[in-house]
Design a binder for this molecule. Sequence first.
Ligand code: PMP
Length: 296
Amino acid sequence: MKYFGKNTWVYFNGAFIKADRAEVDLFGQSLHYGYSAIEGIRAYNTHNGTRMFRAELHFDRLRRSAELVGMPFPWKTELLVEHTYELLDKNNLRSAYIRPLVTTGPNMFLTPAKDANIVIAAWEWGPFLGSDLIRVSLSPYQRPNPRSLPPEAKISGQYVASIVATNEAIQRGFDEAILLDSDGYVAQASSNNLFIEKDTVLYTPAFGSVFPGITRQTVLEIANVLNIDIVEKKLTPEDLRGADSAFLTGTATGIVGIAAVDDVIFPEEWSDTLGATIQRAYKNLTLEKENYEVII
Ligand code: PMP
């Protein structure tokens, strides 16, 4: 996977610089302690031109992530959105995955940062987990405890747990890990939210240890418009294993159907599921084939 070349631009603190000229602070907490805030946004090649999906929500969430861990965030959402469109243009990207990253300056103490940098990078990226149905496994690892770090803070250090859980699932021959919370309820995948279908109702784990995904929120809104019953509640591993179908949601992933959890194959044909209906609506929404006001 090539993320940048000689002619790739990144946005850095208000200016555009070449990616191969960007420097990392060797004495910053971001590198040593995972003290940085990140986002993941997608831009789609629509008939209205290149359009980021819900970019304002993503940059607002980035601000909140930084503030939750005491990092300064002096940048305005509208300007960041504007500069990101410029960045896509400079890199000739019509569709892209966009990674804003807030890092902090030199400081080896465990004290909150006094200053911060923002970097925005973008590259072409297909669906994170591919387009085929995936196989998932219940992980022996739990979601990070919400009392040690707020689960809504998208902080780099949180993702070490995601890497460890994904790696464990892949080593056992699965595509992705499903993590339980510390009370034994199903939370989500390592970097995607989870939905299950049972008797023509959709369920998704309620907040607690769950990351507030923007795709998750979009799915709730689509379901409301399409008159699909959808319930946020605590789900047990038995609920998951007994589901008719299931799917994952995330900006990088989009919506991907799940064929099986461990040795249990979901009985409903994916094309007949509510997830498949929502997957089509989500695609139309991101490609602006359907007017947002009409569908939502
Ligand atoms: N869970 C985690 C832990 C995530 O990092 C993400 C984003 N990659 C998601 C869920 C999905 O969130 P969104 O729909 O906002 O991309």
